[in-house]
Design a protein around this ligand. Structure first.
Ligand SMILES: Cc1cc2nc3c(=O)[nH]c(=O)nc-3n(C[C@H](O)[C@H](O)[C@H](O)COP(=O)(O)O)c2cc1C
Length: 199
């Protein structure tokens, strides 16, 4: 127990929150895919709308795959993608019906979703973003460093990597172990009073 009675230790809180921040350059050794699988196995317990679980992952484990991605990143984000030993493309699957049916969603709800691309897009994107947040925490819990990036031609990434499926890219995540230059000085954070009102 931590000194102020949180459910996890101060050490765990430091790994997940206070000591964790964006890595921008990485050592060469690639994290085992098994580690990403373990991270996913924890992150998948995130809450999602209607238990839809729309997040999908491309694991760019080969330098060739990362080279296909690099030109689609904003200029400043190209070097991190080329230098990272593993890069994830994180997407929202707009074809929710099949996987939701497997998980027991009602036919009535599936029909409503099938009739509205706007509803599917909103639901898939909102929940995939929540899953992305959990995935970042889960990767950090594995002792990995990550850098999330959305500065990219996201529709271009879909054209390059998802031509055969309705996955809509929401972010690119570099994964590995940060090198000596990986971390910029810690950026500030708002305090509770600034961001909240108690009614
Ligand atoms: C949705 C999202 C998009 C981001 N896009 C980029 C990006 O395109 N390029 C980049 O260098 N960092 C990007 N970042 C990293 C943020 O700039 C970084 O998390 C923030 O400045 C806080 O820094 P810290 O994590 O080191 O505390 C992104 C982070 C998030 C969550």
């Amino acid at each position: 127990m931590s000194s102020h009675d949180t459910a996890v230790s101060d050490d765990a809180l430091a790994v997940l929150f206070t000591d964790a921040h964006t890595a921008r350059s990485f050592r060469e050794e690639p994290p085992p895919i098994e580690q990403v699988r373990r991270a996913y196995d924890n992150a998948r317990w995130a809450p999602t709308a209607l238990n839809s679980q729309p997040m999908r992952l491309d694991l760019l484990a080969s330098p060739e795959a990362r080279q296909r991605l690099a030109p689609l990143m904003a200029g400043i984000n190209q070097e991190p993608v080329l230098g990272a030993p593993l890069v994830l493309i994180v997407s929202a699957d707009l074809a929710l019906d099949q996987s939701m049916r497997e998980l027991g969603a009602s036919e009535q709800m599936l029909e409503r979703l099938a009739g509205s691309l706007e509803m599917r897009q909103g639901l898939a994107r909102d929940s995939a973003l929540i899953q992305l947040g959990y995935l970042v925490l889960a990767l950090r819990a594995e002792g990995l460093d990550v850098g999330v990036m959305t500065g990219a031609d996201l529709p271009g990434i879909d054209a390059e990597f998802h031509a055969d499926r309705p996955w809509q890219t929401i972010a690119v995540v570099c994964v590995g172990h940060g090198d000596a230059d990986a971390f910029h000085p810690r950026a500030g954070r708002h305090d509770f009073e600034t961001v909240s009102q108690v009614l």
